[in-house]
Write a protein that binds this ligand. Sequence first.
Ligand SMILES: Nc1nc2c(ncn2[C@@H]2O[C@H](COP(=O)(O)OP(=O)(O)OP(=O)(O)O)[C@@H](O)[C@H]2O)c(=O)[nH]1
Ligand SMILES: [Mg+2]
Length: 487
Amino acid sequence: MSAATQIENRLKQLESHLQEENDVLQEVVQSFRELDKIAYQLGILATEQSYATRVSWWPMISILGTFSAGKSTFINYHLGYELQRTGNQAVDDKFTVICFSGDNQTSILPGIALDADPRFPFYQISRDIATITASSGQGVDAYLQLKTCASEQLRGKILIDSPGFDADSQRTSTLRITKYIIDLSDLVLVFFDARHPEPGAMRDTLEYLVANTMGRTDSNKFLYILNQMDTTAREDNPEEVVAAWLRSLAQAGLTAGRFYRIYNPNVCMPFQDSQVKERFDRKCQADMKEIRERMDQVGIERAYRIIGVLEQTAKNIEHKIVPQLQELIQRWKTRVIRTEIVLGITLAILAGVGLATTNITLNYNWQSPLTQGVIGLIIVVAIWIHFKISKMIANRILRRLQHEPLREEEREGLIRAFRKNACFWRILLVWFINQPVGWREKTRQRIYHILNGVDNHVQKLNNRFTNPSGKKTPSAPASHSEPMKSP
Ligand SMILES: Nc1nc2c(ncn2[C@@H]2O[C@H](COP(=O)(O)OP(=O)(O)OP(=O)(O)O)[C@@H](O)[C@H]2O)c(=O)[nH]1
Ligand SMILES: [Mg+2]
């Protein structure tokens, strides 16, 4: 399969998934395709590339934490599906990536499915896994699996359930993948177990999850959750459990951030005192609401962010890349002209001096084949010299580009586009070229058209996310009072 077909297939997959999930973003893919075409003509993108694959289409929410803290139970509850196995021993040994599928049938696919699918942030993760787990030599399937589920909660986002942190048995590779996932995630829910709030049980979790979040620029994406709060209701002083937890977090260096206390109403222990129950319920519901809002928000933010990337990319082409390219072409042209004029004058002077000193008189006879042959030869040699000079100057400009302070993608695009401009015909006519290949008034209009479309997309998203009619929306929170559905 050719590279161009591969990218076309990827975009089709992306569109078909978005068709089920968010049709506004499906239109955004169309706009990315339009931009791709412009970039192919300019040479900024190679045909096996697409701006659409440089965007991460689904926001990721990862659920991490100590083992048996109730991560999987929380996910099942949030989705309204009994999707993940739960239990009091360490249940999960893999990271499960959970994504939306309109199909009511839940499917479980091996990690390699994620690796090969550009719609997910794990596209080609096997390379990274091979690097980060170099010592263990296990493939992506040992660490990742993919599950699909029809829960409305999954529209526009991906959830990740993770194996719990178990003090000593944790494999280094799992820890490294955790770090990788944290970096990719838009929101990280860190679960702790109210049955074991003491530092010993949390040591590893704190070390890897909390202490490492210190000083991160994205530290507000972490939510710290003390789960199974119902189990503290029978304690003489339940507040002490929370205090001990907060102390442990503070000892790990975490004093600011969002801290929540919840329990799962489906599996909680019965409360003996109705007043205590009411107090616990109230706190739990308020915290659950906030957590769910943050989770919903992630999907909304990402949709706008993708449109932002589209707009930025379009503007970038018109206002940054094309002017840079014009500048490079201008520099190239000026240097070629200057060098050739200097060379021409030097040769003319040398020829004049030569003729004057040797007293040779030139006898022109334009009709003579000899004169014509000589002139023909001079033209061929002149063109050959012109090619040599143009190529040499173009190469010098390309070499300089390697050292310019540019982002790698930008540099690569500029180099490719400039090479496209230094083709045979353009070299031949370099004295007369002004615009880069593929840049015309029509192109400018196409970009203008894409930018107009951006406002349209934003408008549609606004309608979608502020839709008061209660119709099916990507961010509509599920009713948690409904009984759990089985897939
Ligand atoms: N009382 C009570 N039990 C809970 C709560 N949440 C989960 N559990 C129970 O705790 C046990 C562990 O829950 P899981 O959801 O499997 O925990 P996990 O964090 O996914 O565990 P691993 O995947 O093994 O790391 C299960 O028996 C759940 O029923 C809660 O809020 N209160
Ligand atoms: Mg689990």
